[in-house]
Design a protein around this ligand. Sequence first.
Ligand code: FES
Length: 105
Amino acid sequence: PRITFIDFSGASHEVEARTGGTIMEAAIEAMVPGIEGDCGGNCICATCHVYVDPAWLGRLPDPEGDEEAMIEYTSEPEDNSRLTCQLTVTDELDGMVVRVPETQY
Ligand code: FES
């Protein structure tokens, strides 16, 4: 499935993500600017934060405890904030668009 990341400069990066992997891994492999993933996907750093396009938000499972808690530690949490290391890539997400925040810290 292909996921489009729109970085803070407005440039879009279309990335081929591996089904069963995480969206954070796909972004790191493709070196999408602005996705850090410092903790390696353990949901303790909040540097893999994105804003999910509202059209796609409903196709994702709701954030659970750890992710919900860590979203509060992102620099500017919004209703469509998600941590990409907690999002598993599925074929249904083909075409999803996410926006990368200005800063992860
Ligand atoms: Fe650290 Fe997602 S990579 S919280």
